[in-house]
Design a protein around this ligand. Structure first.
Ligand code: ADP
Ligand code: MG
Length: 229
């Protein structure tokens, strides 16, 4: 027990340190990107230079995104739990995602009952479902469906909790991949960070919920969340 605690302390310290590091790298990165954008406006810049500048900008953007995702994984904000109407949170998110090309051809059925309320941090709730919907859409990559069901269920302790099930008609994944999806940096995507589900898992846990993923290669994936009601 004592050594377990020490290990937890060490991991927390390491998380703190790497979050600090990520934060420190973001500032000079912003300065690099800002300076390059200014230099790119100079009259003597020719098309070859422009190409190089755009590579620098694309890559600084990518690095910044990676650091931002890493920060939100390594150092999630303390949740500010409030009563949330989940149907509405997801409807708002779908409206936001309507212009995202990754969701072209994807039909989202929000079947969460209009009166289902969960106790969850609002921004983190959006972050959770944003990640899950984008993953589902990326697995569909074309025409397909995402169905979101929700219900109040009895929890083992006797109280009630919300059970949310997100099913997609995407590519699914192998059982080996299913075992690894919550590992930070596990990705099968070109340009993926592999931090989405690791962060989602952490957020769900710190808000007092739990989650699991089932998948069948070629058929699709099911994500089940139990959230405090
Ligand atoms: P990323 O999206 O950057 O790859 P994630 O942590 O969000 O990172 O997901 C990790 C991996 O889990 C993905 O690369 C993919 O292989 C797999 N995955 C996640 N969600 C799904 C899904 N709905 N269907 C199929 N595979 C998925
Ligand atoms: Mg993802």
């Amino acid at each position: 027990m004592a050594s377990e605690l020490k290990r937890a302390d060490r991991l927390a310290a390491l998380g703190e340190l790497s979050a600090r590091m990520a934060h420190e790298i973001r500032n000079p990165l912003a300065a690099i990107s800002g300076s390059v954008q200014l230099v790119a406006l100079r009259p003597w810049v020719d098309s070859k230079d422009e190409r190089l500048f755009s590579i620098i900008l694309r890559e600084t953007d990518r690095l910044d995104g990676l650091l931002r995702d890493f920060l939100s994984y390594a150092k999630p904000n303390q949740p500010d739990k409030v009563a949330l109407n989940l149907h509405r949170v997801i409807a708002d998110l779908c409206a936001l995602l309507a212009t995202d090309p990754r969701l072209d051809g994807v039909e989202v059925d929000n079947l969460i009952p209009a009166d289902l309320v969960v106790q969850f941090d609002k921004d983190q709730c959006t972050q959770v479902f944003w990640n899950l919907l984008v993953n589902a859409a990326e697995a569909i990559a074309g025409e397909g469906r995402i169905r979101i069901d929700g219900a109040l269920v009895q929890e083992s302790g006797g109280g009630r909790e919300a059970r949310i099930i997100i099913r997609d008609s995407g590519s699914g994944m192998s059982q080996d991949d299913v075992k690894r999806v919550f590992e930070p940096f596990f990705t099968t995507k070109k340009g993926g960070t592999g931090l989405g589900l690791a962060t989602v898992y952490r957020i769900v846990e710190t808000n007092g919920g739990r989650m699991a993923i089932n998948s069948s290669e070629g058929k699709g994936t099911t994500v089940t969340l139990h959230l405090p009601a």
